[in-house]
Design a protein around this ligand. Structure first.
Ligand SMILES: Nc1ncnc2c1ncn2[C@@H]1O[C@H](COP(=O)(O)OP(=O)(O)OP(=O)(O)O)[C@@H](O)[C@H]1O
Length: 219
């Protein structure tokens, strides 16, 4: 197994509480791993800590086979209210890396349209994101993250507010884009049905430690 991330004997505390003690696990490249555990166990804190180590090149407890700008984190909460003015396409385009002053618009536009197609947003791309449904918003967050060409994509409770149909649609989409873009995905969730159907692995966090379970989702 080629790992994209390995964690060795990590201790992690917040003020007045130890979240993890001697936590060790590896994440396989090209896999979809669900991170599970009770509310407050430390899933989000762990992910944020790993990203900090990566950004600071701190390799005592964590070894990454990606660079920080190859990782996209889609957070649990966003401030997108009904009045949010940007249309879906413009919101998604924020993910494009336009570092070069002389960047050529045509390939970037083609890439944007391709990602809008993959995330089934083409039909509604000119509508305001603020008026989009929960499922459409999640697809827009995913599309924006894909525009940055990540190798590792981390989604925090992306299905929490979605109905069953939309949850399955998002996970099916994730498996498709995973293959098309050669991605590795970490997906924080509480949903056992989604884990059984779509995860290759489950990293279950409990009692200050974690156990990695093989799930073997359909490829
Ligand atoms: N900066 C901080 N200062 C103090 N406490 C914090 C801080 N960040 C997180 N916590 C606490 O750490 C614990 C773990 O929080 P975290 O959000 O990582 O849990 P989680 O497993 O992602 O939970 P959920 O499933 O509810 O999203 C919680 O009790 C939270 O209140």
């Amino acid at each position: 197994m080629k790992s994209i991330l390995s964690v060795h004997n990590l201790d992690l505390s917040i003020p007045n509480r130890k979240l993890f003690s001697n936590l060790s696990f590896e994440i396989a490249q090209g896999s979809l791993t669900c991170i599970t555990g009770e509310n407050g166990v430390g899933k989000t804190t762990l992910v944020k800590h790993l990203l900090q180590d990566l950004a600071n090149n701190y390799t005592v407890h964590t070894v990454f086979n990606v660079k920080r700008d190859e990782v996209q984190y889609v957070p649990q909460l966003r401030n997108i209210d009904d009045e949010y003015p940007l249309c879906i396409k413009d919101f998604v385009a924020f993910g494009l890396k336009k570092r070069n002053f002389f960047w050529n618009r045509k390939p970037l536009n083609e890439k944007l349209e391709q990602i809008l197609t993959e995330t089934k947003l083409t039909r509604i791309k000119d509508q305001p994101l603020g008026k989009a449904s929960g499922g459409e918003k999640q697809r827009a967050y995913l599309a924006q993250a894909l525009c940055a060409d990540p190798k590792l994509l981390i989604l925090d409770e992306a299905t929490a507010s979605l109905d069953t149909t939309n949850k399955h649609e998002l996970l099916q989409m994730l498996r498709e884009v995973m293959q098309q873009h050669g991605l590795t995905i970490l997906f924080i969730t509480h949903d056992p049905e989604l884990i059984e159907q779509y995860a290759d692995y489950e990293l279950h966090l409990e009692d200050q430690t974690g156990v990695l379970l093989e799930k073997g989702a359909k490829k």
